[in-house]
Structures are given as C-alpha cells and as structure tokens.
Design a protein around this ligand. Structure first.
Ligand code: G6P
Length: 368
C-alpha cells in the first residue's frame, strides 16, 4: 500500500485535509442512511444489558475515549470508567462481568492498552475495540471490532484517527442509547442527520480557517507556554489541543477544565501566556465565558475558538476569535478539532520542527 503526501508539505497536513472523506467513509459503516439510524445489528456487545462501560487507551486515543465517556453517559445513560491504559491496568478496578470494556487504539498494538484488554478479558467482560488497523493484536483479541476506517496515518501526531475515533464513538453511544431505550427513534434520527452532515461542514471549515490559523500560529510560535481551556466535551478537546501543540512544536502547553482555572493555572496568567478557550455556544457557554473574564481581568491574551452564536454573545476583547458555524453538540468536538489541529500544525511549521516525526516520539508504543 503506497501512501504519499500528494500536494501537501507533510503527512500531517494531508491527514488533516483528508478528514471529511475518511469520516464519511467511517460513518457509512455505522449509519443506515435510508432510515437515518445507527446500524449495530452485527455487534456482539449487548449494550441493552451491560451495567457499565470501562474505556481504556493511551495518548490521543485516550482523549477520544474521554469525549466518548461524556456521550455514553449522556445518550446511553451508561456509567463510564475511563482511564489511561498505563493506570487502568494496575489500579485494581472492581469490574463486573456485567460490564463491557472499550479499547481505543489507532495502531491496535499499544502495549498498555493491550495489557488492559487482557486484564478485562480475564475478569470476564465483553470486549470491544475501536481500532484503525483491523488485523492488529487488539482487534484480534476483542469480541467486537469497531473499525474507524481512517486509512494509514503516517504523521506521529494523530489527527484523522482522532476524529474518526470520535465519529465511531458517537455512533456507538447513540446506538447504545437506542438499545437501552434512552434515545428515542426520533432523537436517533435527528442525531444521525447531524452526523451525516458533518463531512460537508468539515470541508467548508477547512477551506475557510486556514489563513487565520496560519497567522495565529506565527504569534503562538513566539510563546513559551500556552493554556487551553474547555468545559464538557471541550475539556478533553482542550487537552488534545495542548497535546498536539507540545508534541510537534515543543511549546509547553496544558489543557484544563475551564472550571479548574481558579484552582491553579490562573496563577500563571500574564500578557505572555496565550489562553486558548474552546467554547461552542452550548449549555456551558456562559460558564466558560465567565472563566474567560477571569483571564481577561488578569491581562491574559485570549484566543477564542467559538461559533457564530458564541461570537455574537461575547463582548470580551480577545487577541483573536475563530468563528465556526453553529453545529449540534454531537458533532461539535469533531468540528472544533480542526482549528486545533491546524494551529498546532502551522506553529510547528513556523518553528521548523520535524512535523511528521517529532523528536522522542513513536507512532506506536509497543513496550510498556
Ligand atoms: C503514541 C502516538 C500517539 C497515540 C498513542 C496511542 O504516543 O504518538 O499519537 O495517540 O501512541 O496509540 P494508539 O495506536 O494506541 O492509538
């Protein structure tokens, strides 16, 4: 299988721009487009009967899992335990055989994730794997395999695998909700419509924000530290934004729950540290804006990633505001991933780092 960069300077850039296409393919695997429903018929996990769900993964896959946790809890009313695999495997978690476990891994070979899987298998749980590589060890050892169909991902910093993982987790959470009676047929139809609209929205966002992200990246490349804030599913996304930036630009970055700002990171705020606030106009918006006010009051420079409604509602002065279209909550994490990926990418390009193969990192970590 030959993979090349096409017209792109780096694999990472190519993989960012491939997202509308690969997500649409991934969704095609889970969505019945005629009936507007999630098709989980062939799935061997009985979501209607499980009492809880354990999610374990590493790195970016873990952050996708954290967003998945919010969805399974909200849509399927299923209690979720989520942890990084290196902790999960050693925590002595009391697990019941009435639970299911989901392992998320692009490569399907990550040592800690595989060890967590085997641990859960020994405890008698039903095992599901959300993987990109279907022939991988993690896929082989699972009862149910949920392919993300992102195609080969070469850039060490994960982009399209992340959003495909999210798309699949969203579909699974809705499907689980249907099976459990917590998502009505009508609600399922509504959510599925949003999911299937997503690739088109992603394309238009990718086509419009690039110049702005590039000029912002020029500013960011001069900074030593960056703080990312978000609430709800934007909180794991804040962590993913920070991870992406540090991985490839080597700028120190942290992702924090917006509500935790006053419990620590607020002490760091000054005119030198940009604060990237991820806030679609959702049910948490007002809360996040009040955290943003706390940043502004201390002279912090705000990069505000919001939507049209959010931009209209906030009167705060920012260093930059990135305005995305208003989208449903179920697809917001995928749409808001795009500026975050582009910002990290262009910052790394300005810094002159090896974007596709950043120092000290490996694409797949097969040792503990
Ligand atoms: C490495 C990669 C990350 C990836 C993580 C988990 O750290 O550099 O991009 O998120 O491993 O990999 P997996 O293949 O299990 O998703």
């Amino acid at each position: 299988y030959m993979v090349d960069k096409g017209n792109h300077k780096h694999f990472m850039e190519k993989e960012i721009y491939e997202q509308p296409e690969v997500i649409s393919r991934a969704l095609g695997h889970y969505v019945d487009l005629i009936e507007n429903r999630i098709d989980l018929e062939a799935v061997s996990i009985d979501f209607a009967k499980v009492q809880s769900l354990a999610i374990s993964a590493c790195g970016t896959a873990y952050l996708a899992g954290l967003i998945g946790k919010y969805w399974f809890e909200r849509y399927a009313r299923l209690p979720v335990e989520a942890d990084v695999a290196s902790e999960f495997r050693y925590r002595d978690i009391p697990l019941s055989p009435q639970s299911a476990a989901l392992f998320i891994s692009q490569s399907g070979e990550t040592a800690d994730t595989l060890a967590s899987l085997r641990y859960c298998k020994d405890e008698g749980l039903q095992i599901g794997a959300v993987v990109n590589v279907r022939e991988s060890t993690i896929a082989r050892e699972s009862d149910a395999v949920f392919p993300i169909m992102a195609g080969p991902e070469i850039g060490v910093a994960s982009t399209k695998a992340f959003t495909c993982q999210l798309a699949v987790l969203a579909a699974l959470a809705i499907g689980a909700g249907r099976a459990r009676g917590t998502v009505s047929r009508q609600e399922e139809e509504r959510l599925v419509r949003h999911l299937t609209e997503m690739p088109r929205i992603m394309s238009s966002v990718l086509n419009s924000i690039q110049p702005k992200m590039e000029s912002l990246a020029r500013e960011l490349s001069k900074c030593r530290d960056v703080l990312y804030l978000g609430r709800g599913t934007s909180y794991p996304l804040a962590m993913e934004g920070a991870l992406k930036l540090k991985e490839i630009s080597y700028i120190h970055a942290e992702g924090y729950a917006a509500g935790e700002l006053k419990h620590g990171p607020i002490a760091l705020i000054d005119e030198n540290m940009p604060v990237i606030v991820i806030a679609p106009h959702d049910r948490f918006f007002e809360k996040t804006v009040s955290n943003m006010q706390e940043v502004a009051a201390r002279g912090g420079r705000i990069i505000f990633i919001t939507d049209e409604k959010g931009a209209a509602a906030s009167k705060l002065e920012t260093m930059s505001t990135i305005v995305l279209p208003v989208v449903d909550e179920i697809i917001a994490p995928m749409i808001f991933s795009l500026p975050i990926q582009l910002l990290a990418y262009h910052t790394a390009v300005f810094m002159g780092t090896d974007v596709d193969q950043p120092r000290n990192l490996a694409k797949s970590v097969t040792v503990e």
